[in-house]
Design a protein around this ligand. Sequence first.
Ligand SMILES: *Cc1c(COP(=O)(O)O)cnc(C)c1O
Length: 410
Amino acid sequence: MNSTNQHPFALPFPIQDNSLLIGGMTISQLANRVGQTPFYAYDRRLVSERVALLRSSLPKDIHLHFAVKSNPMPALVQHLAGLVDGFDVASTGELKTVLDTTMPPDKISFAGPGKTERELCQAAAAGIVVNVESEREIDLLAKIGFDMGIKPKVAVRINPDFELKSSGMKMGGGPKQFGIDAEIVPDLLVRMGALELDFYGFHIFSGSQNLRADSIIEAQEKTFDLARRMAAYAPGPIRLLNLGGGFGIPYFPGEHTLDLSRVAERLACLVFDARKEFPGAEFVVELGRYIVGEAGVYVCRVIDRKVSRGHVFLVADGGLHHHLSASGNFGQVIRKNYPVLVGNRVIVEETESASVVGPLCTPLDLLADKMLLGHARIGDFIAVLQSGAYGYTASPRDFLSHPQPVEILV
Ligand SMILES: *Cc1c(COP(=O)(O)O)cnc(C)c1O
């Protein structure tokens, strides 16, 4: 019996000697190579395969961007630089990482509310596209451009007048700190015509972590619609239309993989139609977790095994402080288990119900709650799958001052 059996999706890693094989190495080989647990391991081959799947499924003229905030590890970003068409960054820290790659600046965009004058200066000087999220950013960029004697590249991030249904995280529609409300964009576009800005187009992102092809399709239809309505006021031709993304991956029992071919099929029709109205425009989808989420695993080691009033606790050397999302404290309303298994006992005859907890002095430090796992002993490895996105950098690693995890790309 495979102990991820409560999660109805296939293991992304092969098995050898009853261990997960990550980048061709068993977990115990990897742990020896790293020299410690806990660690995050990202499998280069799985990342490349995922990009290849997207390339072969999505229409040929869709440009694929990587949302760096999902995993900004420099080695991984370098690897992706040769595979994707562009990067979307959300800070100047991420900007530094992507400027260290070979990605051309005009294929890099910078989104996020609250960009400071200094950040806008850096972006303008780098020659990347700034997705402006307020009138203030537009005016500041125009001033910066004037001072530098350049025309900063801008795209307007629009807060759409629709919401992405059944998305894990809504990032557009209704009142939001992201983007500029669609209602006021036409006037703003007209005003931008008088400013010394290099207008690229629009960025419309409605939400994240969606597993339903139908709602992604609906959002994309509405996105093209909105872009059409706004384009009438644009100060120049639309050269860039960032359609967002939102492609989700399954994390929890009962979730299934996204039907990518359905999304792709419909997107092909939308792009075909939109070509006529937006000749020469780059259509972009920006994906984070869909590209890297399934390629990563978080590995920690069982330090203690305790039975408390009949319940088994596997106490590990890692937990919430390294992997906040798996602990259920990063955006989950009702806590559910990530796919967790004993990484060196993948196929097991018998399972037991056990909870995997970390070393922190809080009951929130829980990596698996009453899960059916192989019988783990002290020294065994706990593997948390689906950990390639929003793991290492999305966790409060200083909380309680335990040792830091290591990240490797294999
Ligand atoms: C976070 C974010 C993404 C990536 O979301 P994923 O769910 O990781 O694909 C894409 N675009 C923008 C604007 C974002 O803020």
